[in-house]
Design a protein around this ligand. Structure first.
Ligand code: NAP
Length: 302
């Protein structure tokens, strides 16, 4: 069997950012303000600092107004909630992103619940989650949206496909299952208590690993020709970055596969930009599809 086709997330993300940039240009040409994104970083976690810097840079590049608010790790909950309240009320802010995880002592659930769902560009608030499962229009979490975009971009047929998602987090596994289901895949969600995970994976035409365990999924677990999306990002002791899938083994069996790095990762930020543009379009009452052509992909959710 010939090696799997590589799904190039870097290229897909660059193309997507260009679509967002042109949507911003169109919004401004119609006399509206450019989308405003507020990024809130509490504490000094090094990984979060890198993520925030990358988001800030990407948002500037597509023409957003960006406000990055850095707050001390010891910030009391009420102070953080007061900042979010101000951002919720600020009409120039269309998207609010609170970088997670928050330092110990802050209640993430309460912080997410405090966000105006219309500005919740991470799609984590209860209203966004309900909208996703009910097929209402909301903001969809970025990483799962990125996975779907990659699958559709390379022409993987989701309707009728057997899809297995390993991982059931609010951030990735659960919303991705909802998106696959909406596209008429038959979806299994696997997790740490799943019996005989290898056998479950072997059933999958579309296999997504969102676990956080280096190279957990072996080549022998993959159905020949399957589409494999590796969400995991794991730093090994020797400094190498690997996914949740044993890439070299999987390459021999899969039909197509995302690399790590350069697969799902770049799509997450691109989708964050897309969500912020959507939020600005909705506020300006401009039909979404006129600014965001990728919205044409959205199926009617059942
Ligand atoms: P998470 O909240 O820790 O969830 C991990 C999930 O994996 C849980 O549902 C857990 O099951 C399941 N799991 C753990 N060990 C397992 C095992 N041995 N077999 C089967 N399932 C197992 O993680 P997350 O936030 O979803 O992130 C998952 C991975 O994706 C991480 O590596 C993260 O860094 C990466 N990530 C990447 C991006 C990106 O942009 N590329 C974005 C977000 C996350 P239980 O529920 O039973 O505990």
């Amino acid at each position: 069997m010939s090696p799997a086709r590589l799904i190039d997330g870097k290229l897909a993300a660059a193309e997507f950012r260009a679509l967002v940039k042109s949507g911003v240009g169109e919004l401004v040409a119609r006399g509206h303000a450019a989308p405003g994104l507020a990024v809130v970083l509490v504490g000094d976690d090094p990984a979060s600092q890198v993520y925030v810097k990358n988001k800030d840079k990407a948002a500037h590049e597509v023409g957003f107004h960006v406000r990055t608010l850095r707050m001390a790790a010891a910030t009391p909950q009420r102070e953080l909630l007061a900042v979010l309240d101000e951002l919720n009320r600020d009409a120039s802010v269309h998207g609010i992103l609170v970088q997670l995880p928050l330092p110990r002592g802050l209640d993430e659930g309460a912080v997410v619940a405090a966000l105006d769902p219309a500005k919740d560009v991470d799609g984590l608030s209860a209203r966004s989650v309900a909208a996703l499962w009910m097929g209402a229009s909301g903001l969809v979490p970025c990483t799962p949206q990125g996975c779907i975009h990659l699958l559709e971009r390379v022409g993987v047929k989701l309707e009728g496909a057997r899809a297995v998602v390993i991982g059931r987090s609010q951030l990735v596994g659960k919303p991705l299952a909802a998106l696959l289901l909406a596209r008429h895949a038959t979806v299994t969600i696997a997790h740490s208590r799943t019996q005989d995970l290898a056998a479950v994976c072997r059933e999958a035409d579309v296999l997504v690993a969102a676990v956080g365990k280096p190279e957990l999924v072996r080549g022998a677990w993959i159905k020949p020709g399957a589409a494999v999306i590796d969400v995991g990002i794991n730093r090994l002791a020797d400094g190498r970055l690997v996914g949740d899938v044993a890439f070299a083994e999987a390459l021999e069996v899969a039909g197509c596969i995302t690399p790590v790095p350069g697969g799902v990762g770049p799509m997450t930020i691109a989708m964050l930009l897309g969500n912020t543009l959507l939020s600005a379009a909705r506020r300006a009452a401009v039909p979404e599809r006129e600014l965001a052509p990728w919205r044409g992909e959205q199926p009617a959710v059942r």
